[in-house]
Design a protein around this ligand. Structure first.
Ligand SMILES: NC(=O)c1ccc[n+]([C@@H]2O[C@H](COP(=O)([O-])OP(=O)(O)OC[C@H]3O[C@@H](n4cnc5c(N)ncnc54)[C@H](O)[C@@H]3O)[C@@H](O)[C@H]2O)c1
Ligand SMILES: [Zn+2]
Ligand SMILES: [Zn+2]
Length: 415
């Protein structure tokens, strides 16, 4: 089959690799129809993880079940499924309590496993034609009948919507509260969207990319461009000088100033400044135990100079970590099915696997208009989307609709 393989920093390629097989009776094999490029993939793409060359990337996966192992009883061939990025067992001490991001059995000696990701076990990624899903009955979310029609919405359930939702949840958010979100990438946008759906009185999102900030405004959030004026001051102005009730970190260890210089403690200390006393922080941006390419001595050891005194003095609380996708994906799926939510509003590009290397380059540079890429293995290169990827930005909403229906026709035809 064809798959996107990591070759080294800034180098991913489409390669012919062996097809995955049912290895255990509990496995499910999925023919992938959508697999997103994630901001998390960019940490690997930029060579800032220990990912080995030769690995297949891709952890935001959706597709059709084409084979099931003997012990799979619930999931059936032909089901459309969305697969959480956490690859979990369902029976360990953490999975039992719903903490599937901290599964103790799938990545022995470590906590938590995922598809196609550094340090998250041997499981291959889904930016490929096929994917093996261990413990298929536990891990697959079987999608409703409108799965094909709303595929770009449902594929957001694999990671970034539950992750954005998790950020809001970890912050201790209650309806009616205000919330500030650092980072207006896909995860920050999904945190803003979740806070809106949960009845926030005010949602403020900070970034410096106008295309991303425009999407935040489109869902009714206040966009704060930190190139113009001190962003903490702006948050204080919007909250009667108090600071927001809650704050989310949706950037991670490679956070930087608007000029691009990495400031590893930047967002965490900005959150302490912009959230009110006794408020809460939800940190889902990835921070790593060591970062050999880090900007300073502390960062290289996975540490930051955190304003703990101010944090303590304000009586702030904080929740951190990978999202437990299964804790949320079923409920969020219902919101899509019943037309209460359309998380695909962030999708800017649908690309074939052949176009993926180019798409990685654009998304990594946060080029204008490249807000979220969905790879469609069923889409052949040279279709309309090929031109689109080559042309770069996708700006108009109308454009994007036309693009989507075209790509759908392609994907449908390939099945
Ligand atoms: N915890 C989880 O389960 C989980 C899941 C998915 C992604 N993530 C992580 O979430 C983070 C965001 O992911 P994404 O897909 O949105 O990535 P992204 O890189 O596309 O978006 C990050 C955004 O943050 C902005 N930014 C950088 N520095 C900033 C600063 N100092 N202040 C404000 N904004 C700043 C960038 O301009 C960019 O738009 C990444 O670290 C990713 O690895 C975590
Ligand atoms: Zn992801
Ligand atoms: Zn487990």
């Amino acid at each position: 089959m064809k798959a996107i393989v990591y070759n080294g920093p800034h180098d991913v390629q489409v390669k012919e690799v062996p097809d995955p097989k049912i290895e255990y009776a509990t496995d499910v094999l999925v023919k992938i129809s959508s697999s997103n490029i994630c901001g998390s993939d960019l940490h690997m793409y930029e060579g800032r993880t220990s990912l080995e060359a030769g690995r297949i990337i891709g952890h935001e996966n959706l597709g059709e079940v084409i084979a099931v192992g003997k012990a799979v009883l619930r999931v059936k061939v032909g089901d459309k499924v969305c697969i959480p990025f956490n690859c979990s067992c369902g029976y360990c001490k953490n999975c039992e309590r719903g903490y599937t991001s901290a599964c103790l059995s799938m990545n022995p000696g470590k906590v938590g496993a995922g598809y196609g990701y550094a340090d998250m076990g041997p499981y291959e990624g889904g930016q490929a034609e096929y994917l093996r899903v261990p413990y298929g009955d536990f891990n697959c979310l079987v999608l409703p009948d409108d799965a094909e029609e709303k595929e770009n919405d449902y594929v957001m359930l694999a990671d970034i919507w539950p992750t954005g939702y998790h950020a809001v949840e970890l912050s201790g958010f209650q309806p009616g509260e205000s919330i500030v979100i650092y980072g207006c990438g896909p995860v920050g946008l999904m945190a803003a969207y979740s806070a809106q759906l949960r009845g926030a009185s005010r949602v403020m999102v900070i970034d410096r990319h106008p295309d991303r900030l425009a999407l935040a405004e489109r869902i009714g959030a206040i966009a704060i461009d930190d190139r113009n004026r001190d962003h903490v001051e702006q948050v204080l102005d919007f909250t009667e000088g108090e600071g927001a009730d809650r704050g989310c970190e949706c950037v991670g260890y490679q956070c930087h100033d608007p000029a691009g210089h990495e400031v590893p403690n930047g967002t965490m200390n900005d959150l302490v400044k912009s959230v009110r006393a006794t408020g809460g922080l939800g940190v889902v941006g990835v921070f790593v135990p060591e970062d050999p390419g880090g900007a300073d001595e502390l960062a290289r050891k996975g540490e930051i100079a955190f304003d703990f005194g101010a944090f303590w003095n304000k009586g702030l609380s904080m929740g951190t970590g990978q999202a437990n996708v299964k804790a949320y994906n079923r409920q969020l799926c219902r919101l899509i099915q019943l037309d209460r939510a359309q998380p695909a509003f962030i999708v800017s590009h649908e690309c074939s696997l052949e176009e993926a290397p180019e798409a990685y380059e654009h998304f990594d540079k946060r080029d204008d208009g490249w807000t979220k890429v969905v790879l469609k293995p069923g889409l052949s290169a040279g279709g309309k989307a090929a031109g689109k990827a080559g042309a770069g930005a996708n700006t108009g909403a109308e454009d994007s609709k036309a693009e989507k229906s075209h790509a759908h026709a392609h994907a449908g035809g390939a099945k």
